[in-house]
Design a binder for this molecule. Structure first.
Ligand code: TEU
Length: 531
């Protein structure tokens, strides 16, 4: 039997926005636990939880101040344990987000490190007398001056997210202890945040500049030598525990870079941004990314498939706001080769939210962009720039019902509930067979019934005039998938007898052969001849 994660479909839960049970306007563990039956019924096999550790929440938990506890906003350790056990009872596995690259500036380690140049923990972070030209991935210089000790520290993200020095073995040991702690609490693995940022070039050479794009090329502050060996050590620690899963966020769209990080003894998989972060809809480009991945991974590595996350615009909005297309993307994610990661709310077609005033913008990346832009632009222009950068788009509360605050909370949530929530919500879609939610359920069910859609190889993978089609096979079955992204009827060249497994457009096939696909149809067929 293949490893469990190879035939699992995951679901990303953005902690603050999934479900509030204690009436403070922020999601929590009790809330997630209360929705486990919903997730079971949806048909997902694994959950990825974004950070829930104590944090000043400058970057919504990606600035951890204590790796060994639960942030009180999200509940207690008891609530956490209860959630894990309830999830496991339903055969749902849980992986947790772990930020190994940086800690909050309020973490005890950093407080000690900055207390004096001679403190034994000084070298746990990256301190220099002079900054180089490296820019933060959020905004401005990546170096912050510390008055008290007269040196600069390095931060790839906000200045409150201080990069650890992974060249120091004590740091590595400290984080290995953290991982063991959570593994012993029963988690099924980790999603490792910005794992290809773990080490920087020791010479701290200046980064080159791309004059055409007018931006810095991040050459020496990511994907450096030594990161892979750190990852191998991490994998070794984690795999001392049986059946654990490691997915890495490798922030790159370059398949050759992504490819380095996964495989035996490394990360099990990494996020395929080469596919997932396509900015505008283009079926041919999407196809070429699938092919490039297939060629690079050669059936040895397994890709991941996702098109939305808490860091991105939701694919439905990004690709034009069209429900039909969103269904085709869902079908692709759940039938093509790869481990799928559905982002909360995509299963009901939630749309991006845009802030109409800077006062309601919550995301640090958006707010920093605003501060920068307002220096030279009008308020409206600066807001537009900030909205472009802000990741609030996809972070609004999960829309459960038409009730106040979308049934997410009894009180006003920490972030705006979009106007559309009274129409787009779980309650409205639950009993409607044509809804987005029902379509996701059918797809997830289909994957379970047809393992070729989970772990099967591609017999072929084709593109023609707006249609992506492929066949997935294993020892026992051959499954056809045709995704017609065009507005036209397209013929399918099928000689064998087939039967219909799924379509978003019809209940039955007109004939067993001579099959066509309808405009915007996701068609899944089973070849009837025995293999
Ligand atoms: O995201 C990392 C991330 O967004 C970068 O790799 C991105 O490519 C870069 O910012 C370019 O704009 C993770 C988390 O998912 C995100 O929520 C955190 O803010 C970030 O790490 C820092 O921990």
């Amino acid at each position: 039997m293949a490893k469990w994660w190879k035939h699992s479909a995951f679901y990303e839960i953005y902690m603050p926005s999934f479900k509030d049970a204690n009436g403070d306007g922020v999601g929590d563990f009790a809330g997630i636990t209360s929705k486990l039956d919903y997730l079971k019924d949806l048909g997902v096999d694994g959950l990825w939880l974004t950070p829930f550790y104590p944090s000043p929440k400058v970057d919504n938990g990606y600035d951890i101040s204590d790796y060994y506890a639960i942030d009180p906003t999200y509940g207690t350790m008891e609530d956490f344990k209860n959630f894990i056990s309830e999830a496991h009872q339903r055969n749902i596995r849980v992986i947790i987000d772990l930020v190994l690259n940086h800690t909050s500036s309020e973490h005890q380690w950093f407080q000690e490190s900055k207390s004096s140049r001679n403190h034994p923990k000084r070298d746990w972070y990256i301190w220099r007398d002079e900054p180089n030209n490296w820019e933060s991935f959020f905004s401005g210089s990546a170096w912050e001056y510390d008055e008290a000790t007269g040196q600069y520290y390095y931060h790839a993200f906000a200045k409150e997210q201080v990069d650890l020095n992974w060249a120091n073995p004590e740091v590595q040991k400290a984080m290995s202890d953290v991982m063991k702690f959570w593994l012993e609490k029963g988690v099924d693995g980790f999603r490792l945040d910005v794992i290809n940022f773990l080490k920087v070039k020791d010479t701290l050479q200046d980064n080159p500049y791309d004059h055409e794009k007018n931006e810095q090329i991040h050459l020496f502050d990511k994907d450096q030598e030594g990161i892979l060996s750190a990852i191998k050590d991490i994998a070794e620690t984690v795999h001392q525990y049986p059946d654990k899963f490691l997915v890495g966020e490798v922030g790159s769209e370059d398949i050759e870079i992504l490819k380095r990080y996964s495989g035996t003894g490394k990360l099990d998989v990494s996020f395929n941004f080469n596919i997932g972060s396509i900015s505008e809809f283009d079926a041919e480009k999407l196809f070429s990314r699938l092919v490039e991945t297939e060629e690079a991974y050669e059936s040895v590595q397994m890709p991941t498939l996702f098109f939305s996350s808490h860091d991105m615009s939701r694919h439905i909005s990004r690709f034009g706001g069209d429900e039909e297309r969103a269904k085709l993307i869902a079908a692709l994610m759940l039938t093509a080769k790869g481990v799928p990661f559905i982002y909360q709310g995509d299963e009901i077609g939630m749309q991006d939210w845009i802030a109409d005033d800077i006062s309601v913008m919550m995301d640090v990346q958006g707010r920093l962009a605003f501060e920068e832009a307002i220096k030279a632009k009008t308020k409206e222009e600066a807001l537009a720039v900030a909205n472009e950068r802000s990741r609030d788009k996809s972070r609004t509360p999960m829309q459960w019902s038409s009730d106040a605050y979308a049934g997410f909370s009894e009180v006003r949530p920490w972030i705006t509930v979009p106007d559309g929530s009274s129409e787009i919500n779980v309650q409205n879609q639950q009993d409607n067979p044509d809804s987005m939610l029902s379509f996701y359920k059918r797809l997830l069910q289909l994957r379970k019934e047809h393992p070729s859609l989970q772990t099967g190889e591609y017999e072929f993978l084709r593109y023609k005039d707006g249609m992506i089609s492929f066949m997935r096979t294993n020892e026992v079955e051959r499954t056809w998938v045709a995704l017609n992204f065009s507005e036209e009827v397209k013929p399918l060249k099928i000689e064998e007898k087939v039967s219909l497994l799924l379509s978003n457009k019809r209940m039955a096939l007109e004939s067993e052969t001579a099959i066509v696909t309808l405009p915007n149809e996701a068609l899944v067929l089973k070849e009837d001849s025995e293999k």
